[in-house]
Design a protein around this ligand. Sequence first.
Ligand code: S3P
Length: 202
Amino acid sequence: MAKASKAQKVSITKDPSACSLVLVGMMGAGKSTIGRRLAARLGVAFVDADAEIERAAGQTVREIFDAHGEAEFRRGEERVIARLLDGEPKVIATGGGAFVNDRTRKRIKEKGISIWLRAEIPVLLERVMRNNARPLLKRGDPESVLRKLAEERYRYYEQADIVVDSSTGPHREVVDAIVKKLRAAEAVSKTPGPTRTAAAAR
Ligand code: S3P
């Protein structure tokens, strides 16, 4: 069953009415799938940052990595997320490396509520092996790549406002766990707009 991490004390001091909810975490954590469902539950828009980068570039993530390199992809990622955070409050799924970027992480911390979807490596591995869209996994044995990235990145993901386990259980339960945490932080009930408040109260 998906569970909210019990030890975590949620403390969100920013004005939630102006906040987007930003899903961060490793590839395969379910950020896009859960994000879409969370947005539907709250009655707000959902945006996948990688899809926005692809739209802006007219190329897939893989093509951007192949043709221009990771650094260029990261610059596009930073620009796109900055733009998304300036718009209407929404649910944003970010790529696994986004929250590692100091400027992006700072912007998300200032303007959004960050949610780390945490999952065990074997679960991530099983999910990412379903397609070959992720260029970083081509840099070696996918399990070793994931373990190394996790080792480098958890210190950043841990800075998210909310942590929710997405390893097991139906998506609905992961969304429930997020909404429960947001409510505990009063981030949902304070958010104006009848759709969002009413939908969240279900
Ligand atoms: C990346 C994760 C991918 C995508 C790109 C780089 C990463 O997104 O942004 O391949 O650095 O972990 P997902 O986390 O949605 O797979």
